[in-house]
Write a protein that binds this ligand. Sequence first.
Ligand code: FES
Ligand code: FES
Length: 182
Amino acid sequence: MASPVRVSVTVNGVNQTAEVEPRLLLVHFLRDTLGLTGTHVGCDTSNCGACTVHLNGEAVKSCTVLAVQADGSDVTTIEGMGQEGNLHPLQEAFWEHHGLQCGYCTPGMIMAAADLLERNPSPSEQQVREGLAGNLCRCTGYHNIVKAVLSAANAGSGRVEVPAPSREGAEVAEAVSQEIKP
Ligand code: FES
Ligand code: FES
């Protein structure tokens, strides 16, 4: 086994330092080392998008990044999207428009959608579909996911702006952004 390497990554605004194997993927660093299990693993082959996080402000599939490559970087996961117990507007929109069923794809969808809206605050339906093409959902048929993202866009959703919540956060956050236990 190769010697461990020290990595220091700011995750959801908190500096995290750990000794890791050089081969450790960022998704496993987040889930297994830091316990941030909201980032899911659907394929490990860069197809499904369930592992999408933001790396220095851009959506990446964290199963395609080594933890050592993220050394010195800023990472945002689904756990970092809401603020002060309130859901991010995209999480609210997914809830309102039934953009999830089992929820397994949802954290990755929301992270990808947030990056999309950051780059294009007023996307067309086609642009939303193209922007989320790297994220697979086995349940919803995508229609309500697209509606949710368009709704958040129409509401002026940005990456970090969190409007006053429309419902109590805890129960909804549980449904929208937490891991679905195997
Ligand atoms: Fe990373 Fe599927 S687990 S793309
Ligand atoms: Fe089940 Fe998308 S809601 S995979």
